[in-house]
Ligand binder design. Structure first.
Ligand code: SAM
Length: 240
């Protein structure tokens, strides 16, 4: 994948293609040798070639059900200290946004995501290829029927019935490891924390508010008028 920048416009392209056509002319992609290179299109527009960053890839990723946003995924990483080499399980995989974010952090460690819906499981696989992540394994299975991974550093749950998984997850996490439940509804968090408490887990629950600002350096900078008011609650619990 490459990013093509022309003026303020940004295109994210697969390098398998030979040409890229737009209102700015045709770009011969075979002439691209390195990131940072400038290249002229058939109509004389100058394109700059950049390496895609994670936000570029997320803007191209396929979406199915409601995703975990990057602000919430980043909080999960911050609260657990997820790092290179960790082995993790995620369920339900959904569009894969949370497991892609974590896979990118823990590589060469692994993430196995469980998604019971075949179409969504396919979307996660496509997104993993787009991100070039080979450490993410997608299992098209219902995790309520059990999972085989053990000695895990982190399990993330974003699915209906998460509370039914707490005991099984506790057994699969290593001492000092983490269990994280994400949900848009507080009722599910309460059910999960009751189960976590029975197991003596250390818990912390948060909700993250983020306000985007419109930057206008002429002196008109202000918070954007339309904001996302609520995404979800996060409970992070540690096996101690
Ligand atoms: C809200 S989505 C998850 C979104 C995902 N975390 C993301 O960031 O893209 C919830 C998903 O859980 C899946 N799911 C629900 N129960 C499941 C189960 N028991 N086993 C596996 N997947 C399940 C659903 O099919 C759905 O795709």
């Amino acid at each position: 994948m490459i990013v093509l920048l022309v003026g303020k416009k940004r295109f994210i392209m697969d390098t398998d293609q030979k040409n890229f056509n737009s209102e700015y002319g045709r770009v011969d992609l075979t002439k691209i040798k390195k990131y940072g290179q400038k290249i002229k299109s058939s109509s004389g527009s100058v394109f700059r070639i950049l390496k895609p960053a994670l936000p570029d890839l997320f803007s191209k990723a396929k979406r199915g059900p409601q995703i975990v946003t990057q602000k919430d995924a980043a909080q999960i990483v911050a609260m657990t200290g997820a790092e290179q080499g960790w082995n993790c399980v995620d369920a339900g995989g959904g569009s894969g946004f949370l497991c892609l974010f974590i896979s990118n952090i823990v590589k060469p460690g692994t993430v196995t995501t469980y998604e019971r819906n075949k179409e969504f499981a396919g979307k996660i696989n496509k997104n993993a290829r787009l991100f070039g992540l080979t450490n993410l394994k997608v299992k098209n299975k219902n995790i309520l029927n059990g999972f085989s991974e053990k000695n895990l550093d982190l399990i993330t749950l974003d699915m209906i019935d998460s509370e039914k998984m707490i005991k099984k997850c506790f057994s699969a996490i290593k001492d000092g490891g983490w269990l994280c439940v994400y949900s848009p509804h507080i009722e599910q968090q309460i059910k999960c924390t009751k189960e976590m408490e029975k197991l003596g887990m250390e818990m912390r629950m948060i909700e993250t508010m983020q306000r985007d600002w419109k930057v206008d350096t002429r002196g008109f900078t202000h918070p954007r008028y339309m904001q996302m008011a609520h995404t979800g609650f996060i409970t992070v619990a540690r096996k101690i």
